[in-house]
Design a protein around this ligand. Structure first.
Ligand SMILES: Nc1nc2c(ncn2[C@@H]2O[C@H](COP(=O)(O)OP(=O)(O)OP(=O)(O)O)[C@@H](O)[C@H]2O)c(=O)[nH]1
Ligand SMILES: [Zn+2]
Length: 212
């Protein structure tokens, strides 16, 4: 277990356009993290933090849970290079509709390669590479994320079983491996746009995501 001492650091009121949540901050230390880039050594320890938006009763039955990976370009600027913003809205709207659920927002920008590297990957994609080829050309793995922190956050929130909104089988596997029961997978499909059709195709054909 590479994560040490995950702890809650904040818990506050959080009104949004979708409804009223509580916002929680969590942080933990990863001991000896793996390097994601063959040319960059990893530090001995790394602090990671993530946020949970919690609405309603999440303990009487397995709540809807979304693990959303940070995408500044999509989440903040509504980029149409990817489907992230639409998925974020879908998750918040679905939770609000049900009146209960949890959005875990983890800060592994660009599938964990970081914002500047993601922008450099965009440059390579503009020259014809797909998302995976671009990551590899920059020395990174195709996907550098791990989902132990969200799993630990669920445990600290007292949630042992979830209905997980995702198309990514790795998220399901990661939670199950960490001891969280995934009783149902809810699709995270959003309407496709011509600007991210290829992005979705690569997720489906090369990353094994259950898109569409
Ligand atoms: N490296 C890289 N990351 C990207 C790119 N476009 C979006 N991302 C990141 O991809 C992450 C979202 O991952 P996705 O593969 O779209 O979806 P997922 O979270 O694995 O799966 P779902 O739960 O089904 O949404 C976010 O961290 C984005 O910042 C890109 O071109 N290159
Ligand atoms: Zn995105």
């Amino acid at each position: 277990m590479p994560f040490e001492s995950v702890r809650q650091v904040a818990n506050a009121d959080f009104p949004t356009r979708w409804g009223h949540f509580r916002i929680y901050g969590f942080e933990g230390i990863i001991d000896h993290p793996e390097s994601c880039n063959s040319e960059i050594a990893a530090p001995l320890k790394r602090v990671e933090s993530a946020v949970a938006l919690v609405m309603g009763d999440v303990h009487s039955e397995p709540p809807i849970v979304r693990i959303h990976s940070q995408c500044l370009t999509g989440d903040v600027f509504h980029s149409l290079r990817c489907d992230c913003r639409q998925q974020l809205e879908l998750a918040l709207a679905t939770i609000a509709d049900k009146g209960a659920g949890i959005l875990l927002y983890e800060q592994q920008e660009g599938r964990g390669i970081g914002l500047m590297a993601k922008l450099r990957a965009y440059e390579l994609q503009d020259r014809g590479r797909d998302t995976i080829e671009a990551n590899l050309e920059l020395g990174f793995k195709a996907d550098c994320r791990q989902f132990e922190l969200p799993a630990e956050m669920l445990k600290l929130l007292g949630v042992k079983a979830v209905r997980l909104m995702t198309n990514n089988p790795e998220k399901v596997e990661a939670l199950v491996e960490a001891g969280i029961d995934v009783v149902e997978r809810i699709s995270a499909d959003v309407p496709s746009e011509p600007t991210f059709e290829k992005y979705l195709q690569v997720k489906r054909e090369k990353m094994g995501h259950l898109v569409g």
